[in-house]
Design a protein around this ligand. Structure first.
Ligand code: EPU
Length: 417
């Protein structure tokens, strides 16, 4: 199993181009199921999660062609098998995003229930309730969601909790439903907006994406389109946090700065100088970072997907920071690993009290989920000596060419088998 060996203690300097957003690409790939015509996408990241989604769509009968360097055309003229089997869903929970589009297009869908994962229970009850409100008949048998609806009908649905993929699933289903759907307490994440933009290019009638009320006027059919996937705000934030922790001067290009307000504000609070110019963000971090607390919240609040990286930053900051996780119930697994590197962290329920230390020391650590791994990599970059991060398949799910990009910034990172 691959590991990363990180030689800590080097400042980061240089320029890196960020990739397309994983969490925008995954729903947008599923949107191809809604039309018989080709959907051509650009800025699709080369990631394991994208490959898994692509394999899942292939199994359903969706033809795909990759174009250099980061394009893909999907052709779902025929869907032979409207199903997402357990083997796929267990490796990637985002497979649930196929449920809404399959049901809307084929009148039936069979998608495995995801089950829990390392960061929490992660139920999909809101996806199911929303589709039921639109007239779907759903039963859960043998670990599968079996859904049927001759044609979905528009409905008003208020989410009990803000859910990103839940909002995306229902928005896609509603695009082909009969009549109007109103989604309230919807997720406002930029990835929801990116999906809505793609659906609109395909002929969907959607208003309000980016607010907590999304109105969708269903249409009979959607057409082909071309769409460029938005930049990955979490990848961007991860490199920025790495620079803030390690010190140096890093320029990230091809970003969407407007999607990063909460992260940028926290980095400024940590003492970094941030300069935005068009789609580039430059960070300069000259001194040891100040301790900054974060509390995760749905967008536009501080992203849970940035929590582990900011915990790593807090580990070497000047002072004590409170890191509170409100979205997932078990997203502190990195804290135990960070302690192995010499971090001073005390867990109190969903809050981590992190007292910054002058230096971490390299050690062997284990990645538990995607963003936890990113936190460990950042800690490794600032630790004394070598840090070996095991189970980096988690990183490959969501960070394109991580060691190459870190190398471009002067970090010494090596992948070993
Ligand atoms: N929830 C329910 N019922 C539901 C759906 C969600 O109770 O039917 C709860 C969840 O258990 C959680 C909260 O609502 O406590 C928010 O979960 P959400 O549904 O928003 O998460 P998600 O859609 O499954 C997406 C991202 C995650 C990111 C979260 C939160 C994708 C493919 N995944 O997951 O990304 O952490 O939103 O922003 O978009 C990652 O990239 O590493 C990652 C985990």
């Amino acid at each position: 199993m691959d590991k990363l060996v990180i030689e800590g203690g080097h400042r980061l300097t240089g320029e890196v181009r960020v990739s397309g957003a994983k969490n925008a690409a995954l729903p947008i790939l599923c949107a191809a199921l809604l039309t018989r015509e080709p959907l051509t996408l650009a800025n699709v990241p080369h990631l394991n999660d994208v490959r898994t989604m692509s394999a899942l769509l292939s199994q359903m009968g969706v033809r795909q062609q990759r174009h250099d360097p980061d394009g893909i055309t999907l052709d779902a003229a025929h869907i032979d098998w409207p199903s997402a089997p357990y083997e796929m869903v267990k490796t990637m929970r985002a497979s649930i995003l196929a449920l809404g589009p399959l049901l809307a297009r084929c009148g039936e869908a069979r998608v495995s229930l995801p089950g829990g994962c390392a960061i929490g229970l992660r139920p999909v009850d809101q996806h199911i309730k929303g589709l039921q409100a639109m007239g779907a008949e759903i039963d859960l048998t043998h670990g599968y969601i079996n859904a049927r609806a001759a044609r979905l009908t528009g409905a008003s649905f208020v989410f009990d909790v803000v859910t990103v993929t839940g909002t995306e699933n229902l928005m896609m289903a509603a695009a082909l439903a009969e009549g109007e759907t109103l989604l309230e307490n919807a997720a406002r994440e930029p990835e929801v907006v990116d999906l809505a933009n793609c659906l609109r290019a395909m002929g969907a009638k959607i208003e309000g994406a980016g607010s907590d009320k999304i109105r969708i006027q269903g249409v009979r059919s959607l057409g082909g389109a071309e769409h460029r996937v938005m930049p990955d705000r979490i990848e961007t934030g991860t490199y920025l946090a790495a620079a803030a922790a390690a010190g140096g001067k890093v320029r990230l290009t091809g970003t969407a700065p407007e999607s990063l307000d909460a992260t940028l504000e926290k980095l400024r609070e940590a003492g970094s100088r941030i300069t935005i110019s068009g789609s580039s963000i430059e960070i300069e971090a000259e001194q040891r970072p100040n301790a900054v607390g974060v509390r995760t919240a749905p967008y536009p609040g501080f992203a849970t997907d940035m929590q582990a990286q900011f915990m790593a930053l807090a580990c070497v900051a000047n002072g004590t920071a409170l890191i509170t996780e409100t979205i997932f119930e078990n997203r502190f697994m990195h804290a135990i690993e960070l302690q192995r590197l010499g971090a001073d962290i005390r867990l109190e329920g969903n809050t981590a009290v992190v007292k910054g230390v002058e230096r971490l020391q390299g050690a062997a650590v284990m990645a538990t989920d995607l963003r936890a791994s990113a936190g460990l990599v950042i800690a490794g970059l600032v630790a004394e000596g070598d840090t070996v991060v095991d189970r980096i398949y988690h990183l490959d799910r969501g960070y394109e060419a991580l060691e190459k990009k870190l190398g471009q910034l002067g970090a010494r990172v090596q992948r070993i088998g």
